[in-house]
Every structure is written in structure tokens, then in C-alpha cells.
Design a protein. Structure first.
Length: 246
């Protein structure tokens, strides 16, 4: 899968799926810029991958803050000269049953998972369109397509990612930029460590491929959509869920 020589920005790349993606993209010969709020984890990962001979840098920013994202985009473009691939992976959950969910909590999840993706895409699309090449990959979830109990905010945000992706496929396709989404099922990261083991066992039972997903499963889907070979894949939602929702 060719991404050699490409520059990739990975949001939420300090931990979990994003961190595994940063390593994979480095191994595949890309230059990588991580954007994340978590300075300690981001610095540590970048230092480690840099020491292993990779061209990688960490930039601390909150994706919900348009000004911070704009300044960060400028710094990344200054350091790397271009951005070819944007992986809009940063995301949060703040679960509660709808009757108990505070409006504030509803808004916060929408802000990170939707406005954050909008801010980052807006910051990088200009350069991609000018270069007539780009790959935008945004992270949805099976909660966005199937809904999930206790996740009204998260499900709404991840459904919105599909709407954004299909809109951008249409807006940016003529400029040589593709926009696709990945919808992971249950993946073993910090995000789902709050799930009780009994529920995790039920999830495994409901999954035709009877296991939880790994961050590598998702990172490989990102890699395909980021590659040159995926040039005619545009506006799709790639489910990485072991067949759970079929
Ligand atoms: N783990 C799963 O089961 C699962 C399932 C479906 C979808 N997803 C999606 O995959 C993506 C990655 O999830 P993960 O499991 O690796 O999560 P994670 O919590 O392990 O990592 C998320 C990263 O995003 C960063 N982040 C959070 N808010 C941010 C902000 N405002 N600005 C910048 N960075 C911010 C965090 O610091 C963290 O490093 C998310 O979009 C998530 O919704 C995960």
C-alpha cells in the first residue's frame, strides 16, 4: 500500500488507535505529524518513533479550538512542506442514558467528534486542493450507523461523520481529494476499558468474527484509504467490526 513520501496528519495520535496508526504510517515510509491534547503521551511517542529513525513530530492542540488548529496547521506545513493525508481520528465518549444526559455532555461530544473534524479538514483542505492530491479519513463508529444504548451523543456525532464524509467526497472529489470514513466496532483501547467483562463477553458472542477488534485492525483500514491505490474509493464508510452489524 503506497504512502511512501507522503505526509500524514493523525489527530488523536498520542494513544490508542491513533498511536498504532502513527507507527504503521511511519513503517510505511510516511512523514507523520501527530495532533493531540495529551502532551505527555504525544511527546513520548514522537520521541520514541523519532529515535527509531522516523520523520515524526508531535503538536499539542485541542481539535475543537479553531485558532489552535489553524496555528498548528501552519506549524506542520512549515516543518513538512505539505500535507497529503489527514486522519481525523480524535474522538471521545461521555456515556449516559438519554434521560440522564446533560445538554453540556451532549454538546461536548459533538464538539470534539464533529466540530473537531470540521476544523482540521478546513485547515488542511486548501493545500490538498492546490496540490490536486489528498486523502481525508474520518473516524465514525458502528454506533453511528446502528445506534447504541447510553450513547445518544456519541451515536449522533458518529452519524454526522458519515454526512461530513459524503459531503466532502462530493465537494473535494473534483480537486483530486478523496474523503472516506472508517466505522470501527468494539476495539481494545482505553476507550472501551470501562465496559464490564460480562458485556465484553456478550460483544464477542454477537460478533461473527468472535473477538474484539485491535487498534491494528483499524490502522490497516486507515492505511488502505490513505494509499495511492484507494484513489477511486470516495465517500465510503469502511466497517471494521468483525461483521457485527450485518
Ligand atoms: N475503541 C473503540 O472501541 C472505538 C470504536 C469505534 C470508534 N472509535 C473511534 O476511534 C477513534 C480513536 O479511539 P481510541 O479508542 O483510540 O480512543 P483513545 O481514547 O484511546 O484515544 C483518543 C485520543 O484522542 C485524543 N483527544 C481527545 N480529545 C481531543 C481533542 N479535543 N483534541 C485533540 N485530541 C483529543 C486523546 O488525548 C487520545 O489520545 C475515536 O474517534 C473513537 O471514537 C473507537
Amino acid at each position: 500500500m503506497r504512502i511512501t513520501g507522503r505526509t500524514a496528519v493523525i489527530t488523536g495520535g498520542a494513544k490508542g488507535i491513533g498511536a498504532v496508526t502513527a507507527r504503521l504510517f511511519c513503517e510505511q515510509g510516511a512523514q507523520v505529524a501527530i495532533i493531540d491534547m495529551d502532551e505527555k503521551a504525544g511527546d513520548e511517542l514522537a520521541r520514541q518513533l523519532h529515535a527509531e529513525g522516523n520523520d515524526i513530530a508531535f503538536f499539542q492542540a485541542d481539535v475543537t479550538d479553531e485558532l489552535q488548529v489553524g496555528r498548528t496547521a501552519e506549524a506542520i506545513l512549515q516543518q513538512f512542506g505539505k500535507v497529503d493525508i489527514l486522519v481525523n481520528n480524535a474522538g471521545i465518549t461521555m456515556d449516559a442514558m438519554t434521560l440522564k444526559m446533560e445538554t453540556e455532555t451532549f454538546r461536548k461530544v459533538l464538539d470534539v467528534n464533529v466540530t473537531g473534524i470540521f476544523n482540521c479538514t478546513k485547515a488542511f483542505i486548501g493545500g490538498m486542493a492546490e496540490a490536486e492530491y489528498g486523502r481525508i479519513i474520518s473516524t465514525s463508529s458502528i454506533a453511528g450507523t446502528g445506534g447504541n444504548v447510553g450513547q445518544a451523543n456519541y451515536a449522533a456525532s458518529k452519524a454526522a461523520v458519515v454526512g461530513l464524509t459524503r459531503t466532502w467526497a462530493k465537494e473535494f472529489g473534483p480537486k483530486g481529494v478523496t474523503a472516506n470514513a472508517v466505522a470501527p466496532g468494539f476495539i481494545e483501547t482505553e476507550m472501551i476499558h470501562t465496559i464490564p467483562e460480562k458485556v465484553a463477553a456478550q460483544i464477542r458472542q454477537l460478533t461473527p468474527s468472535p473477538r474484539l477488534g485491535t487498534p491494528e485492525d483499524v490502522a490497516n483500514a486507515y492505511l488502505f484509504l490513505a494509499s495511492e491505490e484507494a484513489g477511486f474509493v470516495n465517500g465510503t464508510v469502511l466497517e471494521v467490526d468483525g461483521g457485527m452489524l450485518k
